[in-house]
Design a protein around this ligand. Sequence first.
Ligand SMILES: C[S@@+](CC[C@H](N)C(=O)[O-])C[C@H]1O[C@@H](n2cnc3c(N)ncnc32)[C@H](O)[C@@H]1O
Length: 236
Amino acid sequence: MQIDELRRRVAEIQWFHTIDLGNGVVTPGVDASPQKLQTIGMPADLTGRSVLDLCAWDGFFSFEAERRGARRVLAVDYFYWSGPGWGTKAGFDLAREALSSKVVEGREIDVLDVSPDNTGVCDVVLFLGVLYHMRHPLLAIEKVSAVTGGMLILETHVDLTSLNRAAMAFYAGDELNRDGSNWCGPNEACVIAMLKDGGFKRVEVHSRTYEPVALSPDPESLREARVNRAVFHAWK
Ligand SMILES: C[S@@+](CC[C@H](N)C(=O)[O-])C[C@H]1O[C@@H](n2cnc3c(N)ncnc32)[C@H](O)[C@@H]1O
């Protein structure tokens, strides 16, 4: 594709991910995708492995998995591809074409509908930025667990981080970030407990974007605590 043509097509799309398509063309996503990549601990070498990117949206992490040698990458999404979210699948399709992807396949499947029958059981599963959007987080983890053969990388917003027991906040209406699609904010202990309950034998906190603090009555610090993110690695 000619660069001018690529630029024109990129400009027609409302992007979530920031993807370097080469030749100086970078998609103008609202998400700091390259920075997020630094936090998630994706294995540097995915040679020969199958990867499932659950809720892939524009596919930044799927294409990165291909770049790292994955044998097969299945990107699935529904909510922002053809569901009620503001996005579409156009960004994923254009990035796939522009990057001349050979192994990334996109399939419209809602996360609660994934199963070994329609996605297979994959070596590495990415579940990034999705858990807090789930009305049924435990059900989502059961579904994710069923399609994970090896390692799960889960990135999520966390809340109630100052509590020293498993707990999960419930967001009424659009309480979190004025976004009605945000439903829950588990703390780290809760994510770990849910993953173990879902069949993962080993779970680790890989990274976090905040310092755990002691419980404080200061409302400002509680407000602060609402933009916390953490990354978990879990193995079957
Ligand atoms: C914040 S984006 C994360 C995209 C990508 N995985 C990443 O980490 O950059 C949330 C993703 O969850 C999906 N999703 C699934 N169910 C959702 C729901 N009920 N509400 C909002 N998003 C939902 C969206 O389609 C979207 O791909």
